[in-house]
Ligand binder design. Structure first.
Ligand code: SAH
Ligand code: SF4
Ligand code: F3S
Length: 480
């Protein structure tokens, strides 16, 4: 088990030393209660994370706190004494899965009465969701939103003391969960949040409502954590934020994002740097130059364009145009010819016409992305787009969606075929599930290659030559 503790505390933005001291005291009290309740063996905690890497990083902090409370982490919820789902609200499908999985806990809980069931994260930050949980899922003991993560020990204490169910979905200003213990899922790949929240209010998106306003961690705190990650032996750091390009805006104790990349790049050690997500409106040539100049920063840019139509982009409040997006891509390829580009796309935004959707397809053909995350528009309660007329039926949007997938698959399979015979340095990540003795490595461009090898190679860099491309799945062999 590995712990990386961020020692420096931010004195501003409401995260006070006092709160941290209080929470440390609550951890002690929880530990005491648990040692009385489970005198012979450690209680077990199961944490499941939905949604983006920001949520994964939050869960790693929650797991850090759980470990300090005396919980052992388990992968089996059936045997757990504490079950937590860290939820996502970005699309309806994400929420439906949570309701389904919470419902499935009911029989487990009725067998195991003292099991604590807790829900947290973006979905819970919505009042209507918390209300539904309160009414329809009475076996849920604890619900807390994204603004309460730094108060988790206190909430656990109140839950364990019994009596009332505990709900905390209060919106607090400027919460920066600084100083919390972290239990990372991987020993060689680390998530490093550099900012929280979002100010952009893209009209389809729930994130600004459930995550609050954008706030950057102090550069000093980010660098301290990066150094600790490197010292722990990690091979890859991914900097996280909803819009990393605007890191440090309007904050005195922060540098800008390009400079942050340079500073992290200067930390001695053999590690890769990645970051996400970039917003095209704030992605500058300066950032692309910094990427090109920093040898540890991988040649991969995830730059969501969402739509290829200027009218739709405007209705989405994205604040860039097709032309300015393509200009950025062109510049990125000029300064980094081998750059791998990935993106997010939404099909069926309210009022989008088939002709406008065709503009999305033409942009995809023009850029030839390595891969795409594709979504059918999902109305989110409280967002502007949810109130717009949406005349195209879902069945029609599904047809467009299939067309989009087909277009991208054709591009990806041609791109993959082009890599056969080439050698890439990969970070070996895991064994493949499908076949024994096969490993998966990730290239700098964020492409997976499967190759035969022993599990001792996991967590190391290896050179792998691509021997076969089947559609968009690459197979290779060790080059050494
Ligand atoms: N901050 C990132 C994206 C975060 S959400 C950015 O601005 O790029 C990840 C992706 O989910 C978005 O890029 C978008 O493509 C998709 N998404 C967000 N809200 C959605 C909705 N209501 N319906 C469908 N897809 C959505
Ligand atoms: Fe959502 Fe837009 Fe913010 Fe991304 S930038 S999280 S899509 S509001
Ligand atoms: Fe989902 Fe929240 Fe991330 S809504 S995508 S978990 S910021």
């Amino acid at each position: 088990m590995k712990y990386v503790r961020v020692k420096r505390l931010s004195r501003r933005r409401n995260v006070t030393n006092r709160n941290l001291e209080q929470q440390t005291e609550y951890i002690r009290r929880v530990r005491e209660i648990l040692s009385q309740r489970y005198p012979t063996s450690e209680p077990r905690a199961f944490v499941h994370t939905y949604g983006c890497q920001g949520n994964v990083a939050d869960s790693e902090r929650i797991k850090g706190m759980l470990a300090e409370m005396g919980y052992a982490l388990t992968e089996e919820k059936e045997n757990a004494d504490f079950v937590l789902f860290n939820t996502c609200a970005v699309r309806e499908h994400a929420e439906d899965r949570v309701y389904g999985n919470v419902g499935a806990l009911k029989p487990i809980k009725s067998e195991k009465k003292d099991m604590i069931v807790a829900l947290c994260g973006c979905m819970m930050q919505q009042a209507h969701v918390a209300e539904k949980i309160r009414k329809s899922y009475p076996f849920v003991n604890l619900v807390f939103g994204t603004f309460a993560i730094d108060r988790f020990p206190e909430l656990m204490y109140r839950t364990l003391r019994g009596g009332k169910r505990v709900f905390d979905i209060e919106e607090r200003e400027n919460v920066l969960p600084e100083g919390l213990p972290v239990r990372r899922d991987s020993e060689f790949k680390a998530w490093l949040p550099i900012m929280y929240g979002c100010n952009n209010f893209c009209t389809y998106c729930i994130v600004p409502y459930v995550r609050g306003r954008e706030r950057s961690r102090r550069t000093e705190d980010v660098l301290a954590e990066a150094r600790e990650i490197v010292a722990s032996g990690a091979k890859e750091i991914t900097l996280l934020g909803q819009n990393v390009n605007s890191y440090g805006k309007n904050a005195e104790d922060c540098v800008g994002f390009p400079e942050l990349l340079r500073l992290i790049n200067a930390i001695p050690g053999d590690f890769r740097i990645r970051f996400m997500t970039s917003h095209p409106k704030d992605c500058t040539k300066d950032l692309l130059d910094a990427m090109a100049a920093c040898e540890k920063v991988q040649r991969h840019l995830h730059l969501p364009f969402q739509s290829g139509s200027d009218r739709v982009l405007k209705a989405m409040n994205r604040r860039y145009t097709r032309e300015s997006y393509l200009e950025l891509i062109q510049y990125a390829r000029e300064v980094m010819p081998d750059i791998s580009l990935t993106s997010d796309v939404i099909v069926g935004f309210p009022g989008e016409t088939y002709e406008e959707f065709q503009e999305t397809l033409s942009l995809i053909r023009e850029v030839r992305f390595t891969s795409l995350f594709t979504f059918i528009y999902s109305p989110r309660k409280g967002t502007i787009a949810a109130g717009l007329p949406d005349p195209v039926p879902y069945s029609e949007k599904s047809r467009w969606f299939s067309e989009l997938l087909k277009t991208q698959e054709e591009i990806a399979s041609v791109r993959c075929a082009e890599t056969v015979g080439k050698t890439f340095e990969v970070l070996v990540e895991n064994e493949t599930k499908e076949e024994n003795g096969m490993l998966t490595g990730r290239t700098g461009g964020n492409v997976n290659i499967d190759f035969p090898g022993s599990s001792e190679l996991i967590g190391t860099y290896r050179n792998v030559t691509v021997t076969e491309a089947k559609n968009w799945i690459l197979t290779g062999r060790l080059a050494e």
